[in-house]
Design a binder for this molecule. Structure first.
Ligand code: PBG
Length: 343
């Protein structure tokens, strides 16, 4: 027998006029007053590409994520597009013998990335392709820039990044996404794109990119860990917030179309602050380490993966992100599709 209010002895009643629980009473009501949603249109899916044929190598520290050879990549892109995901971000695994200090392979027009972009655009013309601009996958030193005497050269590196971005535009990229954190690269790339007539190729700037331990699994996936030192002379210090606003302001002045915060989960305050400083779309990068933590705990049965992912990604929307770059994109799109869950 359910307990009736009237059967509760000596009922007590607070004399309050505001009862927030009224709006949480039923699922329909909660949906009506929900402030944020997560939809498939908010998602960008990162994909790893490798040389070879018929390859689909699972990244050990990123279960469910694979390095695809080009042929398999195209099948995957189709699946992603069918699920309603509108954009992918491409990351290459480059053979060691093609790596050098100057990242020469990064602007080879016959390289893996331009071949992948062309093939994707042929197979699935409408999907938006975002190409990462940085030297680390191509660098024998595992750094995002050219190294001299243990230092990362800024302006010399930007000259190479410009070549890389132009080559990606030529291959058909919709957006180039500089993730290197060199000074002045957004402006240099914008000017070069415009000079070559690529006025419609956009720039997604990794504006607030922190020197983070959360990138570990990604560096495993691409074999791109620094060979010496760390990335602290170019990526940002995790203790700083105002500096992110400075970086964003510069990137906007220099011509960025969208700005990104990376990582996302430990930097939700940065997303929130940037949101209130710009009207450009803000992108949150839910990085490899954030993905790996959830997968590892879920594999042990310690957390409910679907629920934790939902709660995590909605926190990024709530903080102010318009878009989320996430390795969970496909899972979420699948869940939204089968209507098993509601965000
Ligand atoms: C390369 C780049 C990195 C990531 C995206 N682009 C690694 C790094 O800066 O060392 C990390 C993405 C992730 O961890 O998911 N410049």
């Amino acid at each position: 027998m359910p307990v009736q209010a009237s059967s509760v002895e000596s009922p007590v009643s607070l004399s309050i006029t505001q009862r927030p629980r009224r709006l949480r009473r039923t699922g329909t009501l909660r949906r009506l007053v929900r402030e944020n949603t997560l939809g498939v249109e908010d998602l960008i899916y990162p994909l790893f590409v490798t040389e070879g044929q018929d390859l689909e190598q699972e990244v050990p520290s990123m279960p469910g994520c694979y390095r695809y050879s080009l042929d398999r990549l195209l099948t995957e892109v189709h699946t992603v597009w069918q699920l309603g995901i509108g954009a992918i971000a491409l990351f290459p695994l480059i053979d060691d013998h093609k790596k050098d200090n100057a990242g020469t392979e990064s602007y080879n027009p016959q390289g893996l990335v331009p071949r992948a972009i062309k093939a994707i655009k042929e197979a699935c013309p409408e999907i938006l392709v975002i190409a990462d601009v940085a030297l680390d996958p191509y660098s024998s030193e595992g750094h995002d820039g050219i190294v001299a005497n243990g230092q990362i050269l800024n302006d010399e590196t930007v000259a190479v990044l410009v070549k890389q971005a132009l080559m990606q535009a030529e291959a058909g990229a919709d957006f180039v996404a500089p993730s290197d954190m060199m000074d002045g690269r957004i402006g240099a790339i914008r000017r070069a794109l415009d000079a070559e007539g690529w006025i419609n190729v956009g720039i997604l700037a990794y504006s607030a990119k922190y020197a983070s331990a959360y990138y570990g699994p990604f560096r495993d996936a691409l074999d791109s860990a620094p060979k010496f030192g760390d990335k602290k002379t170019y990526q940002m210090d995790g203790a700083n917030g105002r500096e992110a606003l400075k970086e964003v302001a510069l990137d906007i002045c220099e011509g960025a179309d969208m700005v990104m915060v990376k990582p996302a989960l430990a930097y939700l305050d940065i997303i929130c602050r940037i949101r209130s400083h710009t009207n450009l779309p803000v992108v949150a990068y839910n990085v490899s380490g954030e993905y790996a933590m959830v997968k590892a705990a879920a594999a042990r049965g310690w957390i409910d993966e679907e629920k934790v992912v939902r709660e995590t990604l909605i926190s990024m929307k709530r903080a102010g992100a318009d878009l989320i770059l996430t390795y969970f994109a496909k899972d979420i799109a699948q869940q939204l599709h089968t209507k098993r869950i509601e965000f």
